[in-house]
Design a protein around this ligand. Sequence first.
Ligand SMILES: C[S@@+](CC[C@H](N)C(=O)[O-])C[C@H]1O[C@@H](n2cnc3c(N)ncnc32)[C@H](O)[C@@H]1O
Length: 242
Amino acid sequence: MPRSRSVAREIPGVDWRLWPGELAQPDWTEIFAAPSDPPLRIHVDIGFGRGEFLTELARREPDAGFIGIERDFERVLKFARQLSRMPIRNIRLIGSAAEWAVREAFADASVTSFWINFPDPWPKRDHRRRRLIAPRFVAELARKLAPGGGLYVATDDADYAAAIDAVLSRVRGLYNAHSPDRFRNRRSAPHTTRFEQQWTQGGRQCFYFQYRSRAPSVATVLTADRPPRSVPGLPELPRKRA
Ligand SMILES: C[S@@+](CC[C@H](N)C(=O)[O-])C[C@H]1O[C@@H](n2cnc3c(N)ncnc32)[C@H](O)[C@@H]1O
């Protein structure tokens, strides 16, 4: 007999989801029941999908706090159900749009790393404004990163990679850790996401960006300088329509 929807919505163990009311710059040290010294390292996976990458990160660094942000309610629920059966205690989930959650949930200069794996590419010209990697959002991420913290972005879409390169390379306060390369075609992290396995097994090229936060005093404002329009290995950036 098929299980009813209400049963599938129950969380069989601890529910690690956080709710909007708990997110006005919460005390993450308290939420993770972590010692205050040394300061808790906070890692954030944005658009975690099925959560396998987040799970692997959390397994590898049990004394750090991992926060997954995902706007698809069903995905959050499904992963919350899986997580509640696992012996992992250092993941919390936020079911909302990342643009809102990042602004609300983290103090400036407090996040050790942001991971954005295979954000929806929105390839149609009219849909590009829906892309997650946009100047204002990345400036917000840069503001939230601790000094030396990392922003890791992966995509399999060459057009989106060109746009990501253009956005990231314009944020003051971040520097390209892969320089002089704009990106790498192989991931340095030892594990992958399900999408990534599909793409790479199918022989598709992936683009991995890694940027780091310079110093707390550097304002994370966009520069007026435009990046070069064409970068070896990437298609030319689309021109804005007049
Ligand atoms: C292509 S999937 C990639 C999932 C996963 N990161 C992976 O690599 O397997 C993109 C995910 O980002 C989520 N997403 C898209 N826009 C988002 C936003 N603004 N805030 C949070 N999650 C978002 C989608 O719901 C989807 O789960």
